[in-house]
Design a binder for this molecule. Structure first.
Ligand code: H53
Length: 841
């Protein structure tokens, strides 16, 4: 690469090449320079926001230098790249993460102190990058961290939403949604105005024969929108590898606005085109585990997928390789079905634009993609209406029909006479209107399909994708149990615990190889160590108590047991069961004598999570939690024995405060509904115990940490179907303790009973789909065991330490290595080796 530049010029470039700061003095110089020039401020008007801005810009400069080198290195190495396509990247804050990953937090801390700031306050200024809803989006963010930390040549592709997930306010006990405009100042992105892709919508397909008599399909007419790239550098931990997250932003093709219309006096419609185009990347759909089938969402999907594929194909073409080598150079992972159109788009590019034969193209396509399924919930499985598709993406619809035709023909050959099978597995559902089943399309167009925890991967093989296992064989289906990055979820969120662990097991190596935590097990009975462990948990609880006080006004006692359930609000996650349990506890306390009360373990029940704006039942649950809090927290009989808190606007940075402060957290979904869950892993890694059902990754957590270190309860997945059947066709009796809770709600103890009738009704009158009543008794009993166990702090802390020591498996590094080996077939590229080979200085 370098050889093309003449020596004197090369020398000049080398001489002045940017050298990232490495010590406090250099850091301070950079901060002051940014304050005085980039921000046009001075010592006299540099507040915390400006200090945040300047510190971030200093780190950004550092990252971008490494980013450039990484990209040069990867281009030179010309190896296989991984592309992770996700509509959601729930990144949270970047500054703290950047400081830790490049190993310069101490430098920054000293530097900021010298300049008159507290690093914690500076970090606090940053607005979360909240381009995601929940687990799926946060998983993508953990994966990016691991991909860079493990030195994989990998890119993330997503949308640059102008508005991320809404901000949640609680007003009079109700959720109110406020827009999250987060781009006011975002030092972490680099606009690439030179990387712009035209994206087509609507129009028609013309078919004709070329001079050789070959059938050609031409998609023309319609509307063009521009996709502009914005790049976000992703630093690896203790490596110079800095990967790229490329987010697309939509812009009108005509530029600012239509001058002709403007000049002719039609101002309104002159800006309409621009607004319509910009609407595409304007807002993240706020649904988690729910498909709504809105046209704008389909537009988002195609816009993002088409821009990303254009980029990927362009990069491949630069290498001048033959098309058949595409799958050796490119692995594309589909995060859920949202990017499934990529399969169709690549087929279109190869056949319509590059002139490959259908079969040749299809072999390339189906060897390139891997599909990760994240849910079995029917309401979350994406389907698109055929008429909608016909209008928006006419050529893609034809290609889907062809993919389906060839697929069904091959099924028919292998399973002749099974007409039902053909109807069952058809990508097109013969409903009215006809619907495209995106998961089926994703399976047919990928070489591997994986679930995200063992139970989940088994379930998809035996339920929703059963027929496809017969058709493609079992090897196409695999499991990769989710993981979390220990950098953010231990080192960053809980620095004291991380340091304590490091002091015992020979340094911070466990942050790169989490299995090293096993060394900790020998301290599970070490008195001195346990004391420090307990002190750190207590300090984290004090910090959370302060946050609760300042945001809700509620005073909680840090010595009480903190019982936490924070996650998206959903009936299947059963926050309703938790709050019914709280009411049950409240009624029990009210009925106790003062003597009996003295023996109780004081508890703080902490809830947090957003409800999709249109999900009424989830919003009702939030309302009930807040109303119960208002009653319980002001009842003199109860005092410190029970407090109920709803933490507003749960997000990544709140999670970093809440998770390290939990004694017990709740992961209590109906068995068979939560694909994996990842916060369960975060809580245990931070020394919290968990109460959970036999669902998702809870099962593997139990296997790793041991049954005696977890509070499991409830019915098993294999019994759910029968129970539901019994509710609908047998006699149904509500659990008696739950019936007393419902009576109290109906008496109006927690405000207008009518507000909650749909919630109680869904359980007592409408089949109790999520088995709240079936599991209630064992839930309450298990909570009583938790109370008892907490009284024996000595044993509790040993359980906590032992559990942490056994959490090595749940690192997202392990998870990414599994994808690399069994799905992507890629190897890491260490920067040192690559630079030695490439002569990059
Ligand atoms: O994905 C997580 C899982 C979790 C699952 C979640 C998820 C979404 O957040 C959104 C849509 C979807 O289909 C699944 O609910 O169990 O841990 C990451 O795999």
């Amino acid at each position: 690469v370098e050889a093309s530049i003449p020596e004197p010029q090369r020398a000049a470039w080398k001489k002045y090449q940017t050298r990232p700061f490495t010590n406090t003095e250099q850091f301070e110089r950079e901060v002051v320079r940014h304050v005085e020039t980039t921000l046009a401020r001075s010592m006299f008007n540099c507040d915390e926001t400006a200090a945040y801005a300047a510190a971030s810009l200093a780190f950004r400069d550092r990252l971008i230098t490494e980013w450039n080198r990484t990209q040069q290195r990867q281009t030179f190495a010309d190896g296989k790249r991984v592309y992770y396509l996700s509509l959601e990247f729930l990144m949270g804050r970047a500054l703290d993460n950047a400081m830790l990953n490049v190993g310069l937090k101490n430098v920054a801390q000293q530097g900021l102190t010298d300049l008159g700031f507290r690093i914690e306050d500076v970090i606090e200024q940053e607005h979360d990058a909240a381009l995601g809803n929940g687990g799926l989006g946060r998983l993508a963010a953990c994966f990016l961290d691991s991909l860079a930390s493990l030195n994989f040549a990998a890119w993330g592709y997503g949308l640059r939403y102008r508005y991320g997930i809404f901000k949640q306010e609680i007003i009079d006990g109700y959720q109110v949604e406020v827009p999250d405009y987060w781009l006011d100042f975002n030092p972490w992105e680099f606009p690439r105005h030179d990387i712009v892709v035209d994206i087509q919508f609507y129009g028609n397909v013309r078919k004709y024969q070329d001079s050789q008599g070959k059938q050609i399909s031409l998609w023309d007419g319609g509307e063009i929108v521009k996709a502009v790239a914005y790049d976000v550098p992703i630093p690896g931990f203790e490596t110079s590898t800095t990967n790229n997250l490329r987010l697309w932003s939509s812009k009108a093709a005509s530029g600012e606005f239509d001058f002709q219309k403007f000049n002719s006096g039609d101002y309104e419609s002159s800006v309409a085109d621009q607004q319509r185009a910009e609407t595409i990347s304007a807002v993240l759909y706020p649904n988690d585990n729910l498909d709504r089938g809105k046209e704008l969402r389909l537009k988002q999907q195609y816009f993002w997928v088409a821009a990303s594929l254009y980029d990927i194909v362009r990069r491949f073409k630069k290498s001048k390789r033959a098309w058949k080598e595409f799958p050796d150079q490119v692995a594309i992972q589909l995060n859920d079905t949202h990017p499934t159109l990529a399969i169709v788009e690549l087929q279109r590019i190869l056949v319509d634009l590059e002139g490959l034969d259908w079969d040749e193209a299809w072999a390339i396509v189906s060897n390139t993609f891997g599909y990760t399924n994240h849910t079995v919930l029917p309401e979350a499985l994406e389907k698109w209406s055929v008429p909608l598709f016909q209008n928006l993406l006419p050529r893609h619809l034809q290609i889907i029909y062809d993919i389906n035709l060839f697929f069904l023909q091959s099924v028919e050959r292998t399973f002749p006479k099974e007409r039902d099978l053909l109807a069952r597995v058809s990508i097109i559902e013969e409903s009215s209107p006809k619907m495209i089943r995106m998961a089926y399309l994703a399976i047919v167009g990928s070489h591997k399909v994986n679930g995200v925890a063992e139970l989940h991967s088994d379930l998809i093989k035996t339920t929703i994708f059963k027929d496809f296992v017969r058709i493609f064989g079992p090897d196409k289906f695999t499991n990769v149990t989710n993981g979390i990055t220990p950098r953010r979820w231990l080192h960053q969120a809980n620095p004291r615990l991380s340091e304590l662990i490091a002091s015992k097991i020979g340094g911070l190596g466990f942050l790169k190889d989490l299995t090293l935590l096993s060394e900790l097990e020998k301290y599970a009975d070490d008195k001195e160590f346990k004391k420090e462990w307990q002190e750190i948990k207590y300090a984290n609880k004090v910090r959370l108590a302060r946050h609760i006080k300042s945001t809700t006004g509620i005073t909680v006692n840090p010595a009480a047991l903190f019982d936490v359930q924070v996650k998206r609000m959903h009936e299947y996650k059963r926050q309703q069961m938790n709050i019914f349990g709280v009411i049950h506890r409240y009624l029990t306390i009210k009925a106790m004598t003062p003597e009996e009360r003295k023996k109780l373990t004081p508890r703080v029940s902490i809830f947090g999570g957003k409800a999709a704006p249109g999900y009424w039942m989830a919003k009702t649950i939030i309302h009930l939690i807040n109303n119960v809090g208002a009653v319980v927290n002001n009842d003199k009989d109860v005092g410190d024995l029970l407090k109920v808190v709803f933490v507003e606007d749960y997000n990544v940075s709140k999670a970093e405060i809440i998770i390290p402060a939990s004694d017990v957290s709740e992961h209590i979904s109906t068995a068979g509904t939560e694909a994996s869950g990842t916060s369960n892993m975060k809580f245990v890694l931070n020394g919290g115990l968990i109460i959970g059902t036999c669902d998702g990754a809870n099962i593997e957590i139990t296997r790793e940490i041991g049954e005696s270190n977890i509070f499991l309860f409830g019915n098993l997945a294999e019994d759910v179907e029968d129970l539901r059947h019994a509710h609908n066709y047998g006699s149904y009796t509500l659990d008696p303790a739950l019936a007393r809770v419902f009576d109290e709600i109906k008496k109006g103890t927690f405000g207008d009973a009518a507000a909650f009738s749909a919630l109680t009704g869904s359980i007592e009158d409408h089949g109790d789909y999520y088995l709240v009543s079936d599991d209630f008794h064992s839930y309450v009993q298990t909570q009583a065991l938790v109370d008892e166990a907490y009284k024996n702090q000595d044993e509790w802390i040993s359980k906590s330490i032992t559990s942490v020591a056994r959490m090595g498996f749940f690192s997202s590094d392990r998870c990414i290595n599994e994808y690399a080996e069994s799905i992507w077939n890629v190897e890491p590229q260490s920067p040192e080796q690559a630079e030695a080979g490439a002569g990059v200085a």
